[in-house]
Write a protein that binds this ligand. Sequence first.
Ligand code: ZN
Length: 91
Amino acid sequence: MTRRVFRYVPFTIEQDRTAEPEYEARCVSGDETECGAQSGTYRHPGPVEEWQRRHAQETRHLRYRRNFGDYAVMRPPAELAALLSGSGGTV
Ligand SMILES: [Zn+2]
């Protein structure tokens, strides 16, 4: 049995620009039960805020749960990236 030793690698974390982020909101107004109305998912916060304003105007509901999602990519430091790309040498 071999034991693998993982050394600390100082990855940087970047937003994946090739994948669109997602914005959405859900109405959580209401005393006993939440209203639960949903904005739907959008690529930008603008349409979600507009939906909130419209919903608030129609219902006087003032409290919302907002979700934001995006994708992240781990980037190794330059010297390790060279090793991982297999440009000669063993790790
Ligand atoms: Zn509502």
